[in-house]
Design a protein around this ligand. Structure first.
Ligand code: FAD
Length: 139
């Protein structure tokens, strides 16, 4: 089994509200536990930034399902790498809402104080998630 990390970004569909986000997190946690996937999902009211870690097969099949999901669009891969250890092994899908994405954190990892992952490199996105996980309780 080859352990893999994938980070992608996307744009919330206009109908995506907090109820939809709760649904996404619930189904993600259920499937990810079954597939031994771990990761984080950060989001504001415009964008998603998600990291998935696990076997290459599970990461790819889950990503392919996510691609077809009409609750978001403009999905772009920022980062795909074979890894030795998981960075986010404590979360089947950790939730990082807007309140965690402070201007200071955004400015540290991108060119503006706003959360806009389309303006970030894959490495910056990964480093930002590492920073954010320090503030996140384990599941
Ligand atoms: P169902 O939940 O029954 O869904 C069947 C189909 O309907 C799918 O095509 C689904 O995309 C669509 N659908 C379901 N609910 C809605 C709705 N309210 N509005 C519009 N379409 C809907 N899944 C994971 O397994 N792991 C993840 O980490 C993960 N992360 C995600 C992150 C984001 C940003 C998004 C948008 C989705 C994510 N998903 C994740 C969900 C994934 O896209 C699939 O919906 C889910 O895995 C399919 O579950 P299911 O087979 O039980 O089908």
């Amino acid at each position: 089994m080859v352990l893999t990390r994938l980070i992608y970004i996307s744009t919330l569909s206009p109908t995506c509200d907090t109820h939809t986000l709760d649904d996404i997190l619930a189904i993600s946690r259920k499937h990810n536990q079954q597939n031994h996937l771990t990761g984080l999902l950060s989001h504001n009211n415009k964008y998603f930034l998600q990291c998935l870690e696990g076997s290459r097969e599970a990461v790819n099949s889950t990503y392919n399902r996510i691609l077809d999901d009409e609750r978001h669009d403009n999905v772009q891969i920022l980062y795909f790498q074979e890894i030795h250890t998981r960075a986010f092994g404590d979360w089947s899908m950790g939730d990082i809402p807007e309140s965690y994405l402070t201007a200071l954190i955004n400015l540290q990892f991108s060119s503006t104080p706003d959360f806009n992952p389309y303006e970030m490199s894959g490495e910056s996105a990964f480093q930002m998630l590492l920073e954010l996980k320090q503030r996140l309780p384990s599941e």
